[in-house]
Design a protein around this ligand. Structure first.
Ligand code: DX5
Ligand code: ZN
Length: 221
């Protein structure tokens, strides 16, 4: 069976000791890191921008998945992403709910032009119908299993059904996207998403700030 990629979410890392947390990821052969950008508008929380990511990527070789929880306000929509593109992320994820149709196509094009995996995220309440027109173009769909904005929330089981539906659609239509899940992942909820054949699982508070990072990671295998 194909291995599920585990992407630790830096949102729950210790920013005073960030280097130690990153080294823990390296020692445990983590490939992907999840980087949550929040704007205190699309979500009721504010996090970090491109500078920290720039510093981090200049010293490490992780594949970065930037999860943007933002409403873009720049006059030219794509300008917002310029600084992030310089950090050469492997994947960029924008929320479908945060963009117009035109912006969604612009976002996907921007990713493709820069050889970055194009990914769209769905909030727990957003129906799959809304993402259908974009599915043939996508490299990844991020299914939120908590309301976006904070780490350490409880997994919403009903949202996980979307993983199953998205996987079905992909095999029916031969779409190539992977499915990622984000929010409330621990050793129990991981079993639920595994059953639905998810490709990547983000884990924040389950891994960071815990004494037994390696043991916990092992339980997600
Ligand atoms: C929440 C973020 C998540 C968050 C997950 O809006 O998108 O990436 O870090 O945290 P946990 O794993 O603690 O639910
Ligand atoms: Zn996230």
């Amino acid at each position: 069976m194909k291995k599920i990629e585990i992407a630790p979410s830096l949102l729950s890392a210790d920013f005073y000791n960030l280097k130690a947390d990153l080294q823990r990821c390296q020692e445990n052969k983590i490939q992907w890191l999840h980087y949550d950008v929040m704007d205190y508008d699309f979500v009721p929380n504010l996090t970090f921008g491109a500078k920290i990511l720039q510093d981090l990527t200049s010293q490490t070789n992780f594949k970065i998945d930037i999860h943007f929880m933002v409403k873009v306000k720049s006059k030219n929509f794509t300008d917002f992403f310029t600084e992030y593109l310089q950090t050469k992320p492997a994947m960029m994820t924008m929320h479908l709910e945060a963009m117009s149709k035109k912006e969604t196509y612009q976002f996907i094009d921007l990713c493709k032009q820069n050889h970055i995996l194009a990914s769209l995220a769905l909030k727990p309440g957003t129906k799959i119908k809304a993402i259908l027109p974009f599915l043939p173009l996508l490299d990844n769909v991020l299914v939120m299993t908590v309301e976006p904005g904070f780490g350490g929330q409880k997994f919403i089981p009903e949202a996980a059904q979307k993983i199953h539906d998205l996987k079905m659609l992909a095999s029916e239509h031969n779409y190539h996207y992977t499915v990622e899940v984000d929010g409330g992942i621990n050793e129990q909820t991981f079993q639920v998403v595994k059953k639905h054949k998810v490709d990547m699982a983000v884990a924040g508070s389950y891994l960071f700030g815990q004494k037994d990072f390696s043991e916990r990671l092992e339980k997600l295998k």
